[in-house]
Design a binder for this molecule. Structure first.
Ligand SMILES: [Zn+2]
Length: 432
């Protein structure tokens, strides 16, 4: 006798399509609600001893939340309580459980997966997803937390190259905690730690204070930290110093984007100082150098012939001392230096840079030169490894999106969960 095995499932069971269940009966209630009565088609093992049993003790009707099946449905499971026939087992009876509805669950696994997918794919807030699926916010959050526990532990990964980048996602705000009714200040800064080989987000730390990153790093096992060979950061001396404590054997690389920003900033300051010297006032639209201030900052090697001609005209008409051109040459040489592929080439580019800085004889370019020298070791690491925080920044864009959609997040672990899930989901798509 094996009445549980269905050779030809009936139409309702086929359409309902919930693994390990069969439809017993369907009802249309007043107002058109549909109720589906189901029972399981698999045997259950006793949670105490694992022995399979089919001897029925009693039963109960359990409501189960499920995905809509051609519209919303109410699902009622005729759940059996079974005898445990193992004599030595202290447990006399137990309720059956399935993969779709495990012990103590009140929802189907397929509903929980659908909720997580909806949140991760759409980037919508948990509350919106809850409304769209007709479930509570808490159920969505619980499903997200469950999915997060199934993420591979960061400590089991062995990243070689880390990128650490701080990011401001908006101005600070206050939120009222629904549980304690207290107002809480939510920090607008966050720091992200990314595996530069896979772009996976390994950690998200609130605030821009480097102690947060330190606390996160120190929680990793020692062999994890020793495995990290390179860490890319923004040029911050305090951060560099602190990293020696947390990752003593790791080479530090400085992000080339931030160095180019410093070079651009030096050029802008030179342009502003020249305007004051030559005209005794700030730049205006009639001044070629001011009108084309963005053109000055663009990468010299990517300019069209037309743009290059405009640039030459600025130097010919609005740069009587030749200092603007000299500072522009310094900026371009910094870019050339950062593009080199070997330490030998970098060293030669550095010599050229030093010569250009000396020729330019300006405090702004001298300051830039000193910064380059102070970060030379880290620049060498950048040139050899190519480790930049660029990937962190790409991730930050999606994090910003999550933070914005999750308007009401008071609990920082909730959005951290979301960020990690989304990152892991993207990794799974890109590296199946
Ligand atoms: Zn048992």
């Amino acid at each position: 006798m094996n009445e549980l095995t269905l050779v030809h499932p009936d139409a309702a069971t086929t359409i309902f399509n919930l693994d390990d269940y069969r439809v017993l009966e369907t009802q249309t209630l007043s107002f058109g609600q549909r109720r589906i009565h189901i029972e399981s088609t698999v045997e259950s093992g006793c949670p105490g001893c694992g022995v399979i049993s089919t001897r029925r003790h009693s039963g109960r009707q359990q409501r189960v939340r499920d995905i809509p099946v051609a519209g919303p449905v109410e699902v009622v499971w005729a759940k059996r309580r079974l005898f445990c026939d193992e004599l030595l087992c202290p447990r006399k009876t137990f309720f059956e459980a399935t993969i779709e509805v495990p012990a103590r669950a009140r929802t189907t696994s397929r509903l929980r997966s659908a909720l997580v997918k909806a949140v991760i794919d759409s980037g919508r807030a948990a509350t919106e997803t809850a409304t769209a699926h007709g479930v509570s916010w808490w159920l969505v959050q619980k499903a997200l937390n469950m999915a997060a526990t199934k993420l591979p532990s960061v400590d089991l990964l062995r990243p070689r190259m880390l990128g650490i980048d701080e990011h401001r996602f908006r101005s600070f705000r206050f939120f009222k905690d629904p549980e304690t009714n207290l107002w809480q200040r939510i920090e607008p800064w966050m720091t992200t730690i990314v595996d530069l080989d896979t772009s996976q987000i390994l950690g998200v730390v609130d605030g821009r204070d480097h102690t947060g990153v330190g606390a996160w790093l120190i929680k990793r096992p020692l062999e994890w930290r020793l495995f990290v060979q390179v860490v890319a950061i923004d040029p911050s001396a305090a951060f560099r110093k602190a990293l020696r404590m947390w990752l003593p054997r790791t080479a530090v690389s400085v992000d080339h984007f931030h160095l180019i920003q410093l070079a651009n900033q030096a050029l802008t300051e030179v342009r502003q100082a020249l305007s004051h010297q030559v005209r005794g006032r700030r730049g205006r639209a009639v001044d070629p150098a001011w009108a084309h201030r963005m053109l000055l900052l663009r990468a010299g090697d990517s300019l069209s012939d037309q743009a290059r001609a405009r640039l030459e005209k600025i130097f010919a008409t609005d740069d009587p001392t030749g200092k603007l051109k000299a500072a522009w040459d310094v900026k371009e040489q910094v870019r050339t230096l950062l593009r080199t592929g070997s330490l030998e080439d970098a060293e030669l580019a550095k010599e050229d840079l030093e010569r250009l800085v000396k020729e330019s004889k300006q405090p702004e370019t001298t300051r830039l030169w000193r910064t380059i020298c102070r970060w030379w070791k880290e620049i060498e690491v950048l040139i050899v490894t190519g480790a930049t925080t660029g990937k962190v920044e790409a991730n930050n864009t999606s994090i910003k999106h999550i933070k914005r959609t999750a308007r009401g997040f008071v609990n920082s672990t909730n959005y951290t969960t979301r960020i990690m899930l989304r990152s892991a989901a993207r990794i799974a798509v890109n590296h199946p």
